[in-house]
Design a protein around this ligand. Sequence first.
Ligand SMILES: Nc1nc2c(ncn2[C@@H]2O[C@H](COP(=O)(O)OP(=O)(O)OP(=O)(O)O)[C@@H](O)[C@H]2O)c(=O)[nH]1
Ligand SMILES: [Mg+2]
Length: 276
Amino acid sequence: MEKNDAIQWYPGHMAKASRQIREKLKLIDIVVEVLDARLPVASKNPDIDQYTEHKRHLVLLNKADLADPDQNQKWADYLKGRDSVDEVMLYNAFDQKKRPELVAKLRSLNPKDKKQLKCLICGIPNVGKSTIINSLIGKKKTQIGNKPGVTKGQQWLTAPDGLMLLDTPGILWPKFEDPEVGVHLAWIGSIKDTIFEKENIAADLLKFLVGHYPQDVAALYKIDLADKRLPEIFDAVAKSRGLLLRGGEYDYFRTSEMLLNDFKNGKVGRITIDQR
Ligand SMILES: Nc1nc2c(ncn2[C@@H]2O[C@H](COP(=O)(O)OP(=O)(O)OP(=O)(O)O)[C@@H](O)[C@H]2O)c(=O)[nH]1
Ligand SMILES: [Mg+2]
């Protein structure tokens, strides 16, 4: 990791977005903190705890469809016990069957039996904030995309059931104490993977996957992991996808890109990175 990475992780617009959230806090009834269920610890922006001090606080573990079901339950149970948290829910923003439960939870947190509930939807980039808003409205009203920084500014949206939702740009915190956190955030697409050497973070990812979810790796790439060390597994993945350079050598760059994309898009299987 380079010394200057902190600057790229916390560009000026995030400081601005964070200030704009603080300016709106007085209006907010419920803070909906969106985490990526695959990374419930590292996808938590510690700054959000300041927003929730005098507010109702719902934690949504979104993309639960991409995360390990056993881990999902463990994390949901654990987070429910946290002091400031009123409700926790495992969510999949593309599953409309989950919507009524979320609406019911929001209504149950209704502070003063208000007709109109103002909810702040916040979290780090790419965790699915705008997709959740679309799921609550029932229409594609906000722009979404599988990369960080799709939402550029705040926007109030009206949803049925008396919900007013404030979509906000994803915000990270200025400094990661643990460099691994940065790498994990790149795996889930919350920071640009271009600030790292792709081959390095792909090798780290493959190591994690082989260590924790070997069957998923073997099944997806149709390879036998027995007696293979990591570099041989990397080669086997390249070979299984025919990713070769002109001279017949393995194309490590394209293999790295493919691995990172397969993971980000949930092709490898239901994987949780932060294990509980
Ligand atoms: N599988 C799955 N994908 C999801 C879910 N929610 C969102 N996504 C995908 O995650 C990506 C990011 O979604 P966005 O809604 O743009 O995320 P965001 O938090 O608003 O991101 P920024 O605006 O960049 O901060 C998109 O490719 C969505 O299709 C979910 O519950 N499950
Ligand atoms: Mg967004």
